[in-house]
Ligand binder design. Structure first.
Ligand SMILES: C[S@@+](CC[C@H](N)C(=O)[O-])C[C@H]1O[C@@H](n2cnc3c(N)ncnc32)[C@H](O)[C@@H]1O
Length: 311
């Protein structure tokens, strides 16, 4: 499948970039120089690389310790339907069900209505498994992430037999022109935002009127206290194990149902929402938690909204 058809813009001023050489781009207005390494174009300024460096270092440490990442084309290409490395099978079962719902309820109807390939931004793409799946379905995809790790970040795109773009960028400053995408998806990612309204607003900017923003696999709670308790427990566990809380960038960590509603109100979006079925055991978790007087467990939804305006 061809690469995206738009030209990258400066993440700071959104002006056009000009080529420096075969692997470099430059913002003539601000002087930032950007380069491509191992197939990943870095569109982060030096200042933003510095801003995220501790977050990325700690994130890498935690994820390696958790046994995340892929080390072969076979394990990368099997995702999300099989976890060949076998370390997070339950999690991937959930990811697969959410991804199926996204394809069935959002991507397929959009592609059918457009009668052509969609341009899709996979925001917070991690190792890019979803970008590959979308490229396999015939779409033009850009994978956006801060993390370029060869196993757990954009570097893993080398395992894909389908072509797509991969750019190192932050989802609050996308190097994508206004209205260039049909669909922007946050898969397991929007809860890393400091300010979800600003993050979703930026995603909406790059989506054309009549296009869609979708969110999946973000932990959602009824009560913000339950979400805060989950975040505090995780940070305490990190502190014990690694000596840091992995909170160098303040991130939200979860959403609540009322925040999702509020996001829709503030951004003028009418969310559609689907709750995938992850199995009986999973469905019974809230009941078990109530019986054991434990905090409410997270729910994972697929929710999406059409950007207002005429296509
Ligand atoms: C839990 S991972 C999910 C990865 C992938 N979407 C998936 O479904 O497996 C969250 C990803 O969001 C990325 N991320 C966090 N903050 C970000 C930001 N401000 N801009 C871009 N990516 C970000 C992280 O680097 C990480 O790869």
């Amino acid at each position: 499948m061809p690469r995206v058809e738009f030209a990258w813009v400066c993440p700071e001023c959104r002006g056009p970039l000009e080529p420096v050489d075969a692997n470099g781009l430059r913002c003539p207005a601000e002087g930032h120089v950007f380069s491509r390494r191992d197939g990943v174009l870095s569109l982060l300024t030096d200042e933003r690389v510095g801003h995220f460096s501790r977050f990325l270092e700690e994130y890498r440490t935690v994820r390696r310790d958790e046994g995340r990442g892929v080390d072969s084309a076979a394990s990368y290409r099997a995702l999300p339907f099989a976890d060949l490395e076998g370390r997070h099978r339950t999690e991937w079962r959930i990811r697969a069900a959410s991804f199926d719902a996204l394809m069935r309820l959002v991507v397929a109807p959009m592609a059918e209505a457009a009668a052509e390939a969609l341009t899709i931004a996979d925001l917070g793409a991690g190792n890019t498994w979803m970008s590959r799946r979308l490229a396999l379905a015939g779409h033009r995809v850009v994978a956006v992430d801060l993390h370029t790790d060869p196993a757990d970040g954009l570097g893993a795109r080398v395992f894909s037999e389908f072509d797509f773009d991969a750019v190192q960028a932050e989802f609050d400053r996308l190097p994508i022109p206004d209205g260039a995408c049909d669909l922007a998806v946050f898969n397991g990612a929007v809860h890393y935002s400091t300010d979800p309204a600003a993050t979703v607003r930026e995603a909406l900017r790059v989506v054309r009127p009549g296009g869609t923003v979708a969110v999946l696999d973000t932990p959602v709670y009824r009560s913000a206290d339950a979400g805060r308790e989950m975040v505090a427990e995780r940070q305490a566990a990190f502190r014990r194990r690694f000596g840091f809380a992995s909170d160098s960038i303040e991130s939200r960590g979860f959403l609540t149902f009322s925040e999702i509603e509020e996001l829709g109100r503030v951004l003028g979006l009418e969310w559609l929402c689907h709750r995938p079925f992850f199995g009986l055991r999973w469905a019974l978790r809230p009941l078990w938690s109530a019986v054991r007087r434990r905090p409410e467990p997270a729910t994972f939804l697929v929710f999406w909204a059409r950007k207002p305006g005429r296509p």
